[in-house]
Design a protein around this ligand. Structure first.
Ligand code: A3P
Ligand code: MG
Length: 434
């Protein structure tokens, strides 16, 4: 955190922040603006994801952006991950296409329960198969390692054969309707593709990290969800892509989880040192985006999970009050929150999982780089970077990898907010010990 200008968490850390950092309990997460805040720009109704002057590296080649909808032509700056980023965008976009097809005509039979009783759909499996297949086709010469949420164990059961056939048909239909790849896959190919996601990840080498549908509950409700794909290299997130098929291209700040009549479907992408971008799904041109620059918590809106089971709403409400936030929380599912934050729809993201829950790397890897490349900061409340290097040991509860993130906050990092956050940590500790 010391290297991140503007928030002085290392030197200016409050006693409570420091106490939290040194306790055995994992500290909450903060996403804080990294640069000196600019004057506040009200985020509605004017979209904020206008192309900006490049920071350390070249940004879009053209900036004829005018309305936020007709984006400028953007060419990502060259970096060693350009090929991988293009493949990731392709894979996530195709997976989104499959998910949209399923969501349009969601059948009862498409929904199953995993061993932990969480829902899983043919779209989760189909999305994972597509991403795995596309990455392998686009990057044939690279050693392939994928840490992903789903595996095929349930699909291998006798009673799942019809479901498996349906997933295979969905994968083939998606490829043929999109047209880039003239391939036809078998059920065995699909099983292999899904199980390619069994990598353990870890601190060395390159590993793709995938949540094929983040926010499955939102997906089932017809609300927000995301296909979230990131690439780790030596334990660090180097690129991330979020496909959010139901996210309006304009601000989500007042939607409270539900999609609107406006143009929807956003693809966020970021690679380290090159900024964050947004484009309409299936449209080629991207615009550079940046986080909200509000200096006043009273003007800031904050995001949290739609599902109370995923995050303590009472606690985040109390913290938001402490911070001086006046607007009601915007509750949306999935890492679409990270995308919306990255383009300035809101200023703060609070996440307080219930006691004992351990976060998964695929629930934060892509979103965190989109936010940080848009000028935000994603850390825990002690100012520590999120650690994606611990890999996955994939225990029987599917919760082994990883780090705990009791909360996520995104703000501009001005001292008043940091002070208030230390107060919020007091509340957090209080609730956790209840
Ligand atoms: N009890 C719990 N506490 C916190 N997060 C949980 C949870 N149960 C599931 N999740 C995670 O929360 C994700 C959804 O995030 P959000 O709450 O921001 O919408 C889920 O992703 P999946 O839908 O991929 O399972 C899942 O990984
Ligand atoms: Mg998922």
């Amino acid at each position: 955190m010391a290297s991140r200008a503007g928030i002085r968490l290392t030197h200016g850390r409050s006693p409570l922040l420091a106490a939290s950092a040194s306790s055995s309990r994992p500290p909450p997460v903060l996403c804080l603006r990294r640069s000196k805040p600019k004057p506040y720009r009200r985020h509605l109704p004017v979209p904020l994801w206008r192309p900006l002057a490049p920071r350390s590296s070249p940004g879009p080649s053209s900036s004829s952006y005018s309305t936020g909808i007709s984006s400028p032509v953007a060419s990502m700056s060259s970096s060693s991950y350009e090929k991988e980023l293009a493949a990731a965008k392709k894979a996530a976009s195709l997976a989104a296409r499959l998910c949209q097809t399923v969501q349009k005509a969601l059948l009862e039979s498409d929904i199953q329960s995993k061993a932990d009783k969480s829902p899983v759909t043919v779209a989760d499996y189909g999305s994972q198969a597509i991403v795995s297949l596309v990455l392998k086709m686009e990057l044939p010469s690279e050693k392939f390692s994928l840490v992903a949420e789903e595996d095929s164990a349930d699909l291998q059961k006798d009673e799942s054969q019809e479901t498996l056939k349906r997933i295979t048909d969905l994968v083939n239909d998606t490829f043929s309707s999109e047209g880039t790849y003239s391939i036809s896959v078998s059920v065995e190919d699909v099983l292999v593709a899904i199980d390619s996601g069994k990598s353990e990840g870890g601190p060395h080498g390159r590993h793709w990290v995938l949540d094929p549908i983040d926010g499955t509950k939102g997906f089932l409700r017809g609300d927000q969800y995301a296909i979230a794909l990131a690439l780790l290299d030596e334990g660090r997130v180097m690129l991330g892509v979020l496909a959010c098929p139901n996210l309006p291209f304009t601000s989500i700040a007042n939607l409270d989880g539900h999609s609107s009549e406006n143009q929807t479907g956003c693809l966020f992408s970021a690679q380290t040192g090159c900024g964050a971008y947004m484009q309409l799904l299936n449209e080629p041109s991207a615009a550079k985006i940046s986080v909200c620059t509000t200096e006043n918590p009273a003007d800031a809106s904050f995001f949290e999970s739609y599902e109370a089971a995923h995050s303590l709403h009472d606690l985040s409400g109390a913290i938001a009050k402490k911070l001086g936030v006046q607007a009601p929380p915007v509750r949306i599912d999935s890492q679409a929150k990270y995308g919306a934050l990255a383009r300035g729809d809101g200023a703060i993201y609070l996440r307080f999982p219930h006691k004992g829950y351990r976060e998964k790397i695929w629930d934060h890897a892509a979103g965190s780089i989109v936010v940080t490349e848009a000028g935000g900061i994603a850390t825990d409340a002690a100012g520590n970077n999120l650690d994606f290097s611990k890999g996955s040991t994939r225990g029987h509860q599917r919760t082994n990898p990883i780090f705990c993130i009791p909360s996520v906050v995104l703000s501009n990092g001005t001292p008043p907010i940091l002070c208030q956050i230390s107060a919020s940590l007091f509340l957090f500790t209080f609730y956790r010990n209840k």
